[in-house]
Each structure stands twice: as structure tokens, then as C-alpha cells.
Design a binder for this molecule. Structure first.
Ligand code: ATP
Length: 865
């Protein structure tokens, strides 16, 4: 029987064929099978190695021409400068390669952190393992929101529904079951006892045995090579690439003119050519897009250390523009550590430590709370949903063990909890009876109650009793407590569905506390200061949500809260008109979330939205920044998100936004550094050419400046630590291009100042009568001025405000540049003249001027000094 025929065999036959027990594979067997079948991964095209990356650095058209020019000039006798040029180019390429590999490494480790996981049963234990380690014969545990990581035959299904749209195109979920299909030639979509890699569980739960992995799965057969090595460029990189191309075109034009003028004035052809090409290499900011990659790579690495894993790089650029954060309550703003506080039965309210297990009503409430419950507490390990764990913990307080209770009353049927229905039901054997127990939101369960359990047995419920339950619910909710109702009924067949969830006997209410996280109130305050509106979206009751929202500062007035049913009554337009006034949405279903996101987006906002469940995926995709919960989130939610919070904490979103703002500012500053320095160089050459002065720089000078004062200081600026000032500003307008008018003016002015001091130095040198002294002074001044200018470009603030030593990388780049420049000047390499003390002083003094002017301007005229 080959893997495609497993649907025709019984579950037991498949287990036997694949040699697996119900306990799953042993670790030893797993190792053996990995050796035989390999790993569960689709083939990807290979990543480039270091040599390939290094050689790619030479693909630049201008560099090739420059090398050719250098080789020609070797033959013409100018060996020294040609060798220097080639050495500088090689050094530059090594630098580029190292940067590229470092950035790639850090992006890869980020990818590994966001890799999908699978739940499997091995050696009788349920383990969470990376999907790539799933092997043929593994028993997959499937729950709502899980991605299916390999093809498999279903062993058990409890209302298991699976969305196979990625394989079949069918967007509706399909019911899956374990029985044999006795037909041949069954289409993929009809193999209802099989699951396929790439699909996901929308509802229910089940178990399947893995029959094929990796390229042998159905999706593996249709997928061609995945080109994951090729990361798509971010919008900013694309626009910088476009800008870079236009700029390069302009610079080449200028270089051509300079070349023409040089020839007309009788300069040697090879010299003129070499000069023009060197100028082009030095002036074209080829590093633009790679600076973005490097800053993004290091920035996202930093964010991962602070618990935010970016799954999509372009999202980092929009993070700084987020103006709305729609956040779940439970676990994100609160601790998700529920403890039962109070309870209610027909006899009235009582406190959790007043529970009496001898009182049959109390006992029934507790028994049912433990039976209609999937969570367990073993050896102090809490496994399962916090709401349910609160009930299990309550049991332990009274020496009632959930496993023993569940052993006494076997579960024979169930409809799992889902957050849209807000109910969970089980059928348990109690003596000879099948009892269906349901727990869930009070407002959903109460209308389905017909009887109430009293000390005299089940009685028809009266209006008064209903009122009393509602009053108790209101009291609990206003204290910020989550309230669950528990009810039951007799059923004949254990095969229940949602249709059976009615005609209940009410047993009681259980109210639990989930305190806000300590850091939530401060994080909310920080958000508001940064011009970001926090919005709470919760499945919980409106009164509970309002109470918590008030405590942490999200809401001031109860009129700012709205319920899911109210959203349903509003048209999209009406919702848009109201959305700015609402801070808390309660009792929402995942479908409401998408409407809330869209309403804010229509109002021109950039929205971050959190989510964890399978139904949250569309809203996570719609939001500008979909934020998935790393701990409680489903794989489907993670897959739809652009960012994963490894600690499920609201504060982490605020930190990520703050990092996003920093990264954007750092990229802008690094680009400003590159462009203004290059503008300076071009202006000096233009000046000399137009006035028919001797050349201000030898080609090797230009390349030396390019090597030392280009990418190293730019990267150092890109690593500027986070500036608190950024979270006191309004969010950046996402429509505003990075290279706007203000930016261009700054670049132009700063370039002009750098050019001016270089020209003065050049003229001083020329006045000595020796053109070589002139060009040496121009070269040294430009190089130094750019190195000093690196300090200007760290921020818009003055360096005193920033802290002179708060970015150590800028100092390293500066000192390295300074030492090498001095080494060149002292040793007299690279066609430089020996400068006397006065000339050296002039070089240092002039190069320092742009730093002084720009810093003084900031101290006296800066907005926020
Ligand atoms: P959010 O994380 O968006 O703040 P939530 O976790 O409060 O939402 P859900 O988990 O969707 O919301 O729960 C919604 C409601 O369903 C709860 O208010 C509660 O009444 C009920 N509920 C929650 N968990 C369970 C459960 N395990 N069994 C039965 N009912 C539950």
C-alpha cells in the first residue's frame, strides 16, 4: 500500500503498516527515520556563499570600468596608483561582503525564531517541535488554529474541520473523520479521512498519523522550488533603488561633462577617464539600499531580544507610523492568570473560600467545572487555558483532582470551545445517564436556561431567579471579574452538536479575576504621549472590560465602550463615524475585528491589531501591522501576522513601535550622511572644473574617501541607540516620502558647507604654488569634514543633548578613519604632499567648521533643545 492509498485502510492498519503504537514513536525510532526519510521541508533554492557574495560586489558597472582603467594605466606606467585603486576596491568589496553576510545571518536567525511548530505525541508525551522535525509515523495532535505540517491519515476526529484552500482552492472548511473510504480514484478534496500539509484546522480537534513529509506531500508535489532565499525588497528599499538610479544618472552626466572639459583643456585621456570614473564611484551612493538592509537586520535583531519577532521586513517601516493599537485584553493587557474569586448558586453569592464540598449544590458546580474542562495541573505544571485552569486550581484547593473526577465520569462526547460561540460542551457518563455539561458566557447561556438546580433538585426557573442571576453577573462584572455560567441537561446520544446547546438546567456562576499586567498602565500612558490611541477589543463582557480599561487608562467614560451586537447594527459608514470615540469593544467576535480595522484605516490611520485565534487571521492580514501572540496564539494567527510577541505583552508592542521609529530615523540619518558628503565632493570638483583650476583630488583620493567615509560611518549612524524624543512626537505620516523637501534642503545645505570648507582648504594649498599641496589639503579636509559630519548625522538633536558618547560605533568609525587618514598623510602614500604645521592646522580647523555650524544652529534654533 503506498501513501496515496492510506485513505482506503483503517486507522489501525495504517498504524501497523507504519509500525507505530498509540504512544507514538520513541526518540531512537525518530532518529532512525530522520536518517531514512530526511526532514519535513520543501526544497529551497540554495543561499549564496561568501565567494558568490564577494564576486557580486564587482558586478557594479562603474567598478568594472574603474578596474579596466586601472589595468590600462599599469601598462602606461602608472603602476603605483593603479595597484592602490585595485586594493581599495577589493577592501571595499570585502567590507560589503562582511556586511551582507552579517545582515543575512541575523535575518535568518529571525526567520528561525518565527518557524512553524507542530504538536506530536512521542513516547506517550505531547511535544511541541519545529515542523521540519515531523517524521513519517508521528502522531499529530490537531486543534483549532493549527497548521498541518505533513500529510496524514486521521485517527480521531471531534468535530474536526479543515481549510484546504491552499491545495484545492476551496475556501469552505471540510468536515474530517476517521472512517475508511472504500473507493478508488478519490479526488484530494474528498479524502475526508486524510489531512494535508499546508491546510489548517478551523474547528474541533483530532489526531492523525503522518504518512508523508516534505517533497512527498501533496503540496510538495505541486510546489516548485521555493525561492525563499530571495527576500523581497521593502517599499523603502524600492524607492531608494529608484532614487539611487536617477541620482546615478545625474552624477554620470556631471562626470561626463567634467571628462569632456578635462579633455578640452588638454589633460591626458586615461587620467581624465580615471578621474571621471573615480568621481562617479565616490559620488554615487551605491550603499543606499544595503544600508537599509543592514539597519533593518540589526534593528530587528534588537527587537527580537525585546520579545518582538518581525516576520515581514516591510512592516518595520510602517511600525513608526502606527497611530492605533487595537489590543486583546486577556493576556495582553492582563496577566492571563485567572483565579476564582466568587461564585453564585440558587442560594446566593459566596466567596471562593466558603465553598463546601459537602453541600451537594457546591459539589455539583465544582464537579461540572472540572468535567467540562480540558486543562490539567500535574506536578505544578499548568497545561491548558487559563480560564479553565482557574477552575482546576479551585478544585485542588478543596482536594479535588480533575483527573480523578474525569476518570469517574468518562467523557463520551463534546463540542469544543470557540470564541465566536463563547460556549463549550461535553457529555459525561454519570451512572447510567449521559449528562451534557455546558459552560460559557452568561449572556449567551442564560437565554437557553429552562430550569435551575436547587437544594430540592431541578425546578423550573422563575423570572425572579433569572433577575437574581443577572444581578449577580452585573455585580461580579463591575468588579472587573470574568463570569462563566455552568449548566447541564440529560441527553440520549453522546453525539452532540451546537444544535443541542439549549434547554438547560442552571447550576451556577463562577467569577474569576485576571489582574492587569503591572506594566500596562505605563505602556498605555506612553502610547498616548506618542500620539497613538490604544483600543481594547475583547470577547469578555462589556462591564468587565470597562472596569479593567478604566484601571489602566484606556477609557475615561463608559460611553466609550461598545458591544459586538451594536457593531452589527451599524453600517460601515456609521461605524467609521463612531470609531474615533470608542476605546473598548466588548463581546466581539473575530469578524467584528476586521470591520474595526477597516473603519480606522478609512479614517487614514495606520493600525496595529493583535490576535491569537484562527478566526483572527483575516483581521491580522487586513491590519497594517498584524500582531500575533507567541504563547497563546495559533499557528494560523502567527502565519497571518507581521509581528509575533513572544511574551504576549502589550508593552512589547509599544516597544516595537518605538524601535520602528528609531530604525526609520536611523535609516534617514545614515542616508543624509551619505548624500550630503557626496554632494560636498561633487560640488568641490564642479567648482575646480568650472574655474579651470587643477584637479582637487586624485582618483585614489576619491576612492579612499569612498572607502573610509562612506559605509562605515553610515552603518554606525544606523546603529544609533533609541532616542526617547521619538516617542514624544506624533506618528510619522505614512504618505510622506523619506526624501521630502525638508530632507533635500538639509542635504543640500550640509553638502554646501562641507564643499565650502574643502574649497577654502584647496585654495590655501594652491596659494603655496604647488597643485599637489592643494589637492592634498582638499582631500584631507573633505575626508575629515565628512568624518566629523558623522556626529551631526546621528540625529536632528545636538550631540550634547544626545550624549557625546552614547553611540560608540560612530566613535569607532571616526577614530578608524582619522588614524588611516593620518597614516596616509604622514607616510606620504597615495599621491599626497607633506603638509607643514600651519597647513595641517588649517585642514583640521576647516574640517571642524561644519560640525560647529550645524551644532550651534541646533543649540540655538533647534525645536526641542
Ligand atoms: P480577548 O483575548 O480578546 O480579550 P477573551 O480571551 O476575553 O478575549 P474569549 O477567549 O473569546 O475572549 O472568550 C469570550 C468569552 O467566552 C469569555 O468572556 C467567557 O465568558 C467565555 N469563555 C472563555 N473561555 C472559555 C472556556 N474555556 N470555556 C467556556 N467559555 C469560555
Amino acid at each position: 500500500m503506498d501513501a496515496t492509498q492510506y485513505y482506503r485502510a483503517s486507522a489501525q492498519e495504517v498504524m501497523k503498516k507504519l509500525d507505530v503504537t498509540p504512544q507514538g514513536l520513541s526518540e531512537f525510532e525518530v532518529q532512525l527515520r530522520h536518517k531514512e526519510h530526511g526532514y519535513n521541508e520543501l526544497k529551497e533554492s540554495k543561499q549564496k556563499n561568501a565567494v558568490q557574495v564577494f564576486l557580486e560586489q564587482f558586478q557594479d558597472f562603474l567598478v568594472i570600468i574603474l578596474i579596466m582603467a586601472a589595468v590600462i594605466s599599469i601598462f602606461l606606467g602608472d603602476v603605483e596608483s593603479s595597484i592602490v585603486i585595485i586594493v581599495v576596491i577589493v577592501l571595499n568589496s570585502i567590507l560589503g561582503t562582511v556586511q551582507h553576510i552579517k545582515a543575512e545571518k541575523s535575518l535568518n536567525s529571525l526567520k528561525a525564531m518565527a518557524a512553524p511548530i507542530a504538536k506530536v505525541m512521542r513516547n506517550g508525551e505531547i511535544l511541541e517541535i519545529p515542523s521540519r522535525e515531523v517524521i513519517v509515523g508521528d502522531l499529530l495532535i490537531l486543534e483549532a488554529g493549527d497548521y498541518i505540517s505533513a500529510d496524514g491519515r486521521i485517527l480521531e476526529s471531534y468535530g474536526l474541520q479543515i481549510n484546504e484552500s491552499s491545495l484545492t482552492g476551496e475556501s469552505l472548511a471540510i468536515d474530517k473523520m476517521a472512517h475508511i473510504i472504500n473507493e478508488t480514484d478519490v479526488a484530494l478534496g474528498d479524502k475526508k479521512n486524510m489531512v494535508f500539509s499546508g491546510s489548517f484546522v478551523t474547528k474541533g480537534r483530532g489526531q492523525a498519523i503522518v504518512t508523508s513529509i516534505g517533497m512527498n506531500t501533496e503540496i510538495g508535489k505541486i510546489a516548485s522550488l521555493l525561492d525563499s532565499a530571495k527576500e523581497k525588497k521593502t517599499p523603502l528599499q524600492q524607492s531608494l533603488d529608484n532614487f539611487g538610479k536617477r541620482l546615478a544618472f545625474g552624477i554620470i552626466l556631471i562626470c561626463l561633462i567634467i571628462f569632456g572639459l578635462d579633455i578640452l583643456r588638454g589633460r591626458e585621456l586615461v587620467d581624465s577617464f580615471m578621474f571621471a570614473v573615480s568621481l562617479a564611484v565616490a559620488a554615487i551612493p551605491e550603499a543606499l539600499s544595503s544600508i537599509v538592509t543592514i539597519v533593518l537586520a540589526f534593528g530587528t535583531q534588537n527587537m527580537a531580544k525585546q520579545n518582538a519577532i518581525m516576520r515581514k521586513l516591510p512592516a518595520v517601516e510602517s511600525l513608526g507610523s502606527v497611530s492605533i493599537i487595537c489590543s486583546d485584553k486577556t493576556g495582553t493587557l492582563t496577566q492571563n492568570k485567572m483565579t476564582v474569586q466568587k461564585m453564585y448558586i440558587s442560594e446566593g453569592i459566596f466567596h471562593h473560600d466558603q465553598l463546601q464540598t459537602k453541600n451537594p449544590l457546591h459539589k455539583k458546580l465544582l464537579d461540572m467545572a472540572l468535567l467540562c474542562n480540558d486543562s490539567i495541573l500535574s506536578d505544578d505544571k499548568q497545561i491548558g487555558d487559563p480560564t479553565e485552569l482557574a477552575l482546576v486550581n479551585l478544585g485542588h484547593q478543596y482536594d479535588m483532582n480533575e483527573q480523578i473526577t474525569r476518570g469517574l465520569h468518562q467523557r463520551v462526547g463534546e463540542v469544543p470551545f470557540d470564541s465566536a460561540r463563547k460556549l463549550m460542551s461535553t457529555v459525561n457518563r454519570m451512572g447510567t445517564r449521559n449528562i451534557m455539561i455546558t459552560k460559557g458566557a452568561v449572556d449567551i447561556l442564560l437565554p437557553r436556561i429552562r430550569k435551575i438546580e436547587t437544594s430540592k433538585g431541578a425546578m423550573s426557573i422563575t423570572e425572579q431567579q433569572l433577575e437574581s442571576i443577572k444581578r449577580a453577573t452585573h455585580t461580579f462584572s463591575s468588579e472587573g471579574l470574568r463570569v462563566l455560567a455552568i449548566a447541564y441537561k440529560d441527553v440520549v446520544s453522546p453525539r452532540i452538536s451546537t444544535e443541542d446547546e439549549n434547554n438547560y438546567t442552571f447550576v451556577g456562576l463562577i467569577a474569576m479575576m485576571d489582574p492587569p499586567r503591572e506594566e500596562s498602565a505605563q505602556a498605555i500612558a506612553d502610547c498616548i504621549e506618542a500620539g497613538i490611541k490604544p483600543v481594547m477589543i475583547t470577547g469578555d463582557h462589556k462591564i468587565t472590560a470597562t472596569a479593567i480599561a478604566k484601571q489602566i487608562g484606556i477609557l475615561k467614560d463608559p460611553s466609550e465602550a461598545m458591544e459586538g451586537v451594536e457593531i452589527e447594527r451599524l453600517t460601515d459608514e456609521e461605524l467609521q463615524n463612531k470609531v474615533e470615540k470608542i476605546s473598548v469593544y466588548a463581546r466581539v467576535s473575530p469578524e467584528h475585528k476586521i470591520r474595526i480595522v477597516k473603519a480606522w484605516q478609512e479614517k487614514g490611520h495606520v493600525v496595529a491589531m493583535t490576535g491569537d485565534g484562527v478566526n483572527d487571521a483575516p483581521a491580522l492580514k487586513q491590519a497594517n501591522i498584524g500582531v500575533a501572540m507567541g504563547i497563546t496564539g495559533t499557528e494560523v494567527a502567527k502565519d497571518a501576522s507581521s509581528m509575533i510577541l513572544t511574551d504576549d505583552n502589550f508593552l512589547t508592542i509599544v516597544k516595537a513601535i518605538s524601535n520602528g521609529r528609531s530604525i526609520y530615523a536611523n535609516i534617514r540619518n545614515a542616508i543624509k550622511f551619505l548624500l550630503s558628503g557626496n554632494a560636498g565632493a561633487i560640488l568641490v570638483v564642479l567648482y575646480a572644473t568650472l574655474l579651470a583650476l587643477p584637479v582637487p583630488f586624485a582618483p585614489v583620493h576619491l576612492l579612499f574617501i569612498n572607502l573610509l567615509t562612506d559605509s562605515l560611518p553610515a552603518i554606525a549612524i544606523g546603529l544609533e541607540p533609541h532616542n526617547k524624543k521619538l516617542m514624544k512626537e506624533k506618528p510619522r505620516n505614512i504618505q510622506e516620502p523619506l526624501l521630502n523637501k525638508k530632507f533635500a534642503t538639509q542635504v543640500g545645505l550640509e553638502g554646501l558647507i562641507i564643499a565650502a570648507v574643502t574649497i577654502i582648504a584647496f585654495q590655501i594649498g594652491l596659494s603655496s604654488g604647488d597643485p599637489l599641496t592643494g589637492s592634498t589639503m582638499a582631500f584631507a579636509t573633505l575626508c575629515l569634514a565628512r568624518l566629523f559630519h558623522g556626529f551631526n548625522c546621528r540625529s536632528d538633536q545636538s550631540i550634547f543633548k544626545l550624549g557625546l558618547f552614547s553611540n560608540i560605533f560612530v566613535w569607532i568609525a571616526f577614530l578608524l578613519g582619522l588614524s588611516l587618514l593620518n597614516a596616509v598623510l604622514i607616510a606620504g602614500w597615495f599621491e599626497v604632499a607633506t603638509l607643514n604645521h600651519a597647513q595641517l592646522l588649517a585642514v583640521y580647523g576647516l574640517a571642524f567648521i561644519p560640525l560647529v555650524i550645524i551644532q550651534l544652529e541646533r543649540v540655538f534654533f533647534g525645536k526641542d533643545e
